[in-house]
Design a protein around this ligand. Structure first.
Ligand SMILES: Nc1nc2c(c(=O)[nH]1)N[C@H]1C(S)=C(S)[C@@H](COP(=O)(O)OP(=O)(O)OC[C@H]3O[C@@H](n4cnc5c(=O)[nH]c(N)nc54)[C@H](O)[C@@H]3O)O[C@H]1N2
Ligand SMILES: Nc1nc2c(c(=O)[nH]1)N[C@H]1C(S)=C(S)[C@@H](COP(=O)(O)OP(=O)(O)OC[C@H]3O[C@@H](n4cnc5c(=O)[nH]c(N)nc54)[C@H](O)[C@@H]3O)O[C@H]1N2
Ligand code: SF4
Ligand SMILES: [Mo]
Length: 823
């Protein structure tokens, strides 16, 4: 018996090692790093590096996942109406490709009149045939991308602090980040930091696994600070104010490196960047902060509005639910503990809200005003790349001779709106101008969208984007939907044609970079036999490509992989420090990768590489105010400086609207919603993946998490089936009563599969002709996106591509009975 070493390719981007136990009967089990013999294991087990890539419950369950009962074995065609789970019929690959071809043909036919193919194509071959539509925006980190772009410059050029750098810090704040559940190597570094005696505070609106494992607190600052959802910006505003008033800010750093802190700040740019829309160079341009838009004026404005120092703290306490004294102490400890590290790897739930762009900008502002931003052990946590050195591996050549045409970019949060109204939420004028500039096509009075192809790409857009009931109405209007999938996800169910594809572990050998460990290289040893008629994604594209005579190159992937390794090289800086060598090809493949550990002393601080005035922003400085964004006028709230922006249907509205004796936020339908909900990522799923893996469903059942006070007030008991609802829809879910929730805040973990139930709920939302009532099925799958509104956070601009997601903080209600809203 031999182990096959491979990796877990999954949309958590951790890339753990999997060891497949190969027997004559097939793979008998899967283990991971950490299954080493116990003798002499202690040193290896408890050392900081090389970091072990130990799998979580999902990696260990991969065989259950791959061979789950709803694995798709054959191409499937919908014979009933779209969305009918039972209407699918198996067809042959030939029939499937005929059908697929006819869809592209119909779009090509229309393109003769429109100038583009009216198909949203993700991972199909459409962009080789002409101009298609493609979504932009990033649910994981679009809002932090927007803030980085505003404050620090071009997102692709900016690397913030690496998690390993926490070891160099005097104080670690885990802000809206639950790495014990979401990013596996990071808890290991945090554990080591804690062992070293570095104090840790967690800021999360519930008691999390990470708070339980790591939070120590610091002097008068408690281990866990629990703000109400989406109010973190107010907490940061008050902290900034306290730091400023107590003169704990780093004035020299601000004056030399930042723009927009002080009124009338003026700078002549030394930036090497160009305007992404006009292509004009920024260098030599002079920028000035308009009156009232500097950070100092913002802080003094808070003071004026809330009547002085204590008033500001009281306002923040009222808004966030955190004691004024705690806020003050937290601000002081953060400012005096330099270097202090805000670990916020994906900027978590607080970033994934309608005001998350401003929250993220406030975080950068806090780091900048204290000088933490450019310090070893300071700053804020990077989203990927744990140690900062990479192995340079030549890319594989394209299989296609043809060049892709630049697609028309539409916000992924406005796809349904495009179907229903012709625009993704931009004004028709803006959309027309953007498409003309980027694609050279005049779309006239709006975009046409007839079909969706979810091809060779990760994704379950029907399930994972907000406002599913609106999507039901929109997708019913489409001519066709094609999905390449392994399981009958919600998106597959809403398709006309489902094409069975294989899993990475069935897809042969290749190198992979998808990783939370920068300096490591991974090998995907995909040795398992495909199931049924499933084929790899690229093979589907080859089949459909042949129908359109697209020229393809025949590539020998085995030889190419060897070529890649022959040309691979270690980062020269790393190599100099370690005189390390890459292993030979056979060894790297057999071991499923190679690891190049980085010590805390060696971890690079990329932001320190920018001398004053050379950041890739328009001003060349760290922006508290962005002249580019002001000129472009595309920010979600039309505010172009760092500040706190409340959610329209968040905490403040719940506090203030108590009309006619009823508590809660008065929604557009006139209903009152008194609770806030959040939708964290679940330990037993990677987004919607594993939503059908029974062993994991049993291990961690999908339950509404609610505080005993809120449960009592609604006569809800443990395990009761309850309804959660907003104006946008209603889900049915079992209740788990827990003190880990704040009173007034419930949690519904994201990623369960939407399932239209038998009961009906009267929702109220806008499909383009003003808000109106819609009878919608209660979602028995308990998918959080049935409850969420499809708002557009961040910067609504395809030239910048920094749009984020709104996944929580909004108001809702829970009850044991389905609400009857009458006629
Ligand atoms: N197990 C698992 N791992 C995953 C994933 C998964 O689905 N499952 N998904 C992967 C992906 S794609 C991503 S983007 C990352 C996401 O990783 P994270 O962003 O870390 O995950 P979240 O659970 O969304 O948010 C983290 C924490 O934010 C808290 N929170 C929510 N709203 C607020 C708020 O307003 N204020 C504060 N202070 N806290 C708040 C939540 O309680 C939660 O504990 O995880 C990756 N890893
Ligand atoms: N309410 C709420 N919604 C959220 C979030 C939240 O916090 N709350 N988080 C958001 C975040 S951060 C993210 S990243 C998104 C993720 O949302 P998406 O990216 O839309 O969805 P996933 O659930 O990751 O998609 C998984 C599906 O893609 C398939 N798949 C994976 N790889 C491939 C491939 O190579 N080829 C093919 N053909 N199929 C593949 C899998 O089989 C699986 O069925 O969800 C967002 N949605
Ligand atoms: S799901 Fe992510 S964390 Fe879990 S084993 Fe796979 S790669 Fe690792
Ligand atoms: Mo994500």
């Amino acid at each position: 018996m031999d182990n096959i070493c491979t990796m877990h390719k999954m949309h958590c981007c951790t890339t753990c090692r999997l060891k497949l136990w190969d027997t004559e009967e097939g793979i008998s089990k899967i283990t991971s790093d950490g299954d080493i013999s116990r003798r002499n294991a202690d040193e290896y087990d408890s050392g900081l590096y090389p970091m072990q890539r130990r799998a979580c419950m999902k990696g260990y369950s991969e065989l259950y996942h791959m061979y789950s009962p709803d694995r798709i074995h054959h191409p499937l065609k919908q014979t009933g109406s779209r969305g009918d789970r039972w209407g699918f019929c198996p067809i042959s690959w030939d029939e499937a490709i005929d059908q697929y071809e006819s869809y592209y043909e119909s779009s090509l036919e229309k393109s003769r009149k429109l100038g583009y193919l009216p198909v949203l194509d993700i991972g199909g071959i459409g962009s080789f045939l002409g101009t298609t539509l493609r979504p932009f925006g990033a649910s994981s980190c679009g809002n932090v991308d927007a803030a980085i772009t505003a404050a620090l410059g071009k997102r692709c050029r900016i690397n913030a602090s690496r998690p390993m750098d926490m070891m160099n810090s005097n104080y670690i704040i885990l802000w809206s980040s639950n790495p014990c559940v979401t990013v596996f190597p990071i808890p290991y570094v945090i554990r080591k930091a804690r062992e070293k005696g570095i104090p840790i505070t967690v800021v999360d609106c519930r008691y999390t696994e990470s708070a339980g494992a790591f939070a120590t607190g610091k002097n008068k600052v408690p281990p866990l600070i629990c703000p109400y959802p989406a109010t973190d910006g107010a907490l940061m505003a008050a902290m900034s104010y306290v730091i400023y008033k107590r003169n704990l800010h780093d004035n020299e750093f601000i004056k030399t490196n930042c723009f927009g802190f002080y009124p009338n700040d003026t700078v002549t740019s030394r930036s090497g960047e160009t305007d992404p829309v006009t292509g004009e160079a920024y260098y030599g341009k002079t920028y000035r902060v308009p009156e009232g838009e500097s950070f100092e004026e913002y802080l003094l404005g808070l003071e004026k509005e809330h009547n002085g120092y204590h008033g500001v703290l009281e306002w923040a306490a009222r808004t966030t639910g955190v004691d004024a004294e705690v806020i003050e102490n937290f601000a002081i400890e953060y400012a005096i503990s330099s270097p202090a590290f805000i670990m916020s790897r994906f900027h978590g739930g607080a970033q994934r809200t309608y005001n998350g762009f401003y929250y993220s900008w406030m975080m950068i502002a806090l780091c900048a005003m204290t000088g933490n931003l450019q310090k070893q052990g300071g700053g804020f946590g990077e989203m990927r790349g744990d140690d900062g050195y990479t192995i340079d591996l030549p890319p594989l050549p394209s299989e296609w001779d043809e060049k892709e045409k630049q697609p028309i970019l539409v916000s992924q949060y406005g796809i349904d709106q495009v179907i229903l109204t012709g625009t993704d939420g931009r004004s028709m004028g803006q959309l027309r101008e953007d498409v003309l500039k980027m694609n050279g096509i005049d779309i006239g009075e709006g975009l046409c969208l007839d079909g969706i192809i979810k091809g060779a790409a990760n994704g379950n857009p029907f399930n994972q984007l907000a406002n599913i009931n609106k999507r039901r109405l929109a997708w019913q209007k489409l001519d066709y939907v094609v999905t390449y999938e392994r399981h009958m996800t919600a998106t597959a169910v809403w398709s006309d044609l489902v094409l069975p594809v294989t899993f990475p572990l069935e897809n042969g050998k290749k190198f992979d970079r998808n990783s939370a460990y920068d300096s490591d290289i991974h090998v995907l040893n995909g040795v398992l036999k495909p199931v049924g008629e499933g084929i790899p994604d690229p093979e589907v594209n080859r089949m459909i490509g042949r129908r359109f005579n697209l020229k393809q190159r025949c590539l020998d992937y085995g030889a190419l992989m060897k070529m890649q390794w022959d040309k691979a090289s270690l980062d020269p800086v790393y190599q100099k420090m370690h005189s390390a060598l890459l292993p030979d090809f056979e060894t790297v493949v057999k071991n499923g990768g190679a690891s190049f550990p980085v010590t805390p002393e060696e971890v690079p601080v990329s932001l320190m590489e920018y001398a004053p005035g050379t950041f890739p922003t328009e001003t060349g400085k760290i922006n508290f105010y962005s002249p580019f964004l002001a000129c472009r006028d595309r920010t979600s709230h039309k505010i172009n400086h760092a500040c706190y922006v409340p959610l329209p249907d968040g905490r403040e509205s719940i506090q203030t609207s108590k009309g006619s004796g009823e508590r809660g936020m008065r929604s557009p339908s006139g209903r009152y919603y008194p609770l806030q909900f959040i939708t964290p990522h679940a330990p037993n799923r990677a987004n919607s993946d594993y939503g059908n893996t029974h062993i994991l469903k049993e291990l961690h059942p999908h339950m509404l998490q609610i505080h005993p006070e809120d449960a009592d007030a609604r006569n809800i008991h443990e395990n009761d089936l309850v309804y959660v609802y907003t104006d946008f829809g209603c889900i049915r879910i079992r209740a788990h009563i827990t003190r880990s929730q704040l009173p007034g805040v419930i949690a519904i973990e994201q990623g369960t599969w939407y399932e239209a139930g038998d009961e009906q709920y009267k929702a109220y939302f806008d499909t383009g002709e003003g808000a109106s009532y819609h009878l919608t099925p209660v979602d028995y799958g308990g998918c959080a996106n049935t409850l969420l509104e499809d708002v557009k956070p961040g910067i609504f601009d395809p030239f910048i591509d920094c749009m984020g997601f709104h996944a929580g903080g909004s108001a809702c209600e829970v009850s044991r009975t389905l609400p009857d809203w009458g006629d």
